[in-house]
Design a protein around this ligand. Structure first.
Ligand code: G3P
Ligand code: CA
Length: 351
């Protein structure tokens, strides 16, 4: 009895002593899916603000996502909606212009007087988050893209992190907007793969334009076509604001696609991967960690390469759970040998 117990015990001990293997994923590269802080920590703090981006990074974001629009005086601001009304106090400070409050009708100086208000489902009305103190003086103003990149560079430098940036040139197509996005990235030295830039747009013409401008400057980044995953006459592709583009059409223009999670299927991911394209999904809005697992896990199983979420903390928890170390397979033969030895000893005893 002692011998068999010792034999099996040794095998199990050896199993536990084996170095843990990194979990592998069904992503294009086998690396863990990236967690993209959609509009910052938009579920908790005012969206597209430096404070919100900072909290998202502290929650474990791999990338922060500024939506980018051009102002009346040609400056770039981080703002999702075409109108300033949903997320800021613009109506309290200004009268309407051209019948509304479009970003393109206001100057940067005017937009800088606004305060961004919380809109997330788990946000506190006073723009606070437990235990979080923003590092900047005015964390909930509308930032320029220039300020977003300055903040990110300083954060990465001071914390030794490599958080990337995933700027979106918002619709509609706007050439000056695209040119200035590229100029701003280059001005901040974002021109090499290690800088972790992914440019995105629902407008294929914008994506191609930014890609071309970066190429002309000798700068490298990644590019993602946004839209709905669509199967048209048996061909998978993405429907953006300027039409349907098959995955084959996108090769060369984009490195990947960013598609609505509701439109993603396992087959779509496989088709994209077969062409070397990554698949990022938008937007997961789970209101608890439990809900995050329920929403996200099957996409990870299918091989999704990344996802946008308003709740970086919950998204991070799901990815990290999938990264839990597993025993290396090399230990399994030893365990099998141990169990085999046990069976042999039993047979001998019976004999
Ligand atoms: O850019 C990916 C995702 O953010 C697209 O949705 O409308 O939030 O910009 P939207
Ligand atoms: Ca976006």
């Amino acid at each position: 009895m002692f011998k068999t117990t010792a034999f099996c015990g040794a095998a199990l001990f050896a199993l536990t002593l084996q170095p843990a293997a990194a979990a592998t994923f069904n992503t294009l590269t086998g690396a863990a899916p990236i967690v993209v802080a959609h509009r910052g920590a938009s579920g908790y703090l005012p969206e597209h603000t430096l404070g919100g981006y900072e909290l998202a990074i502290q929650m474990g974001a791999d990338y922060i996502e500024p939506d980018v629009q051009i102002t009346a005086d040609g400056q770039l601001v981080a703002m999702h909606d075409g109108s300033l009304t949903r997320t800021t106090n613009v109506e309290a400070l200004f009268t309407p212009r051209n019948g509304g409050y479009a970003v393109k009708d206001f100057t940067l100086a005017e937009i800088k007087t606004l305060t961004v208000e919380p809109t997330g489902a788990l946000a506190a009305a006073d723009s606070t988050y437990p235990g979080f103190t923003p590092s900047m003086a005015e964390p909930y103003r509308v930032p320029t893209l220039d300020e977003v990149l300055s903040f990110l560079t300083a954060y990465n430098d001071s914390h030794g992190t490599e958080i990337g940036v995933y700027p979106e040139s918002k619709t509609p197509y706007n050439q000056p907007q695209n040119i200035k996005i590229v100029e701003t990235l280059l001005a901040h030295g974002y021109d090499a793969p290690e800088d972790k830039v992914i440019l995105q747009s629902f407008v294929n013409a914008s994506l191609a334009e930014m890609h071309g401008l970066m190429d002309e400057a000798g700068a490298e980044a990644l590019y993602a076509q946004l839209g709905q995953a669509t199967n048209l006459l048996g061909q998978w592709g993405v429907t953006g604001t300027d039409g349907f583009f098959s995955l084959g059409d996108l090769v060369g223009v984009a490195d990947g696609v960013g598609v609505s999670v509701n439109s993603i299927t396992e087959e779509f991911i496989a088709a994209a991967h077969a062409l070397g394209l990554t698949v990022h999904g938008y937007t997961f809005r789970p209101l608890s960690e439990e809900a995050a697992f329920a929403q996200i896990q099957r996409y990870i199983d299918w091989g999704i390469d990344g996802f946008f979420t308003d709740y970086t903390d919950f998204g991070r928890a799901v990815v990290d759970a999938n990264m839990a170390p597993v025993p290396v397979p090399a230990a399994l033969p030893l365990l099998a040998a141990g169990l085999g030895g046990l069976a042999l000893l039993r047979r001998r005893r019976r004999a």
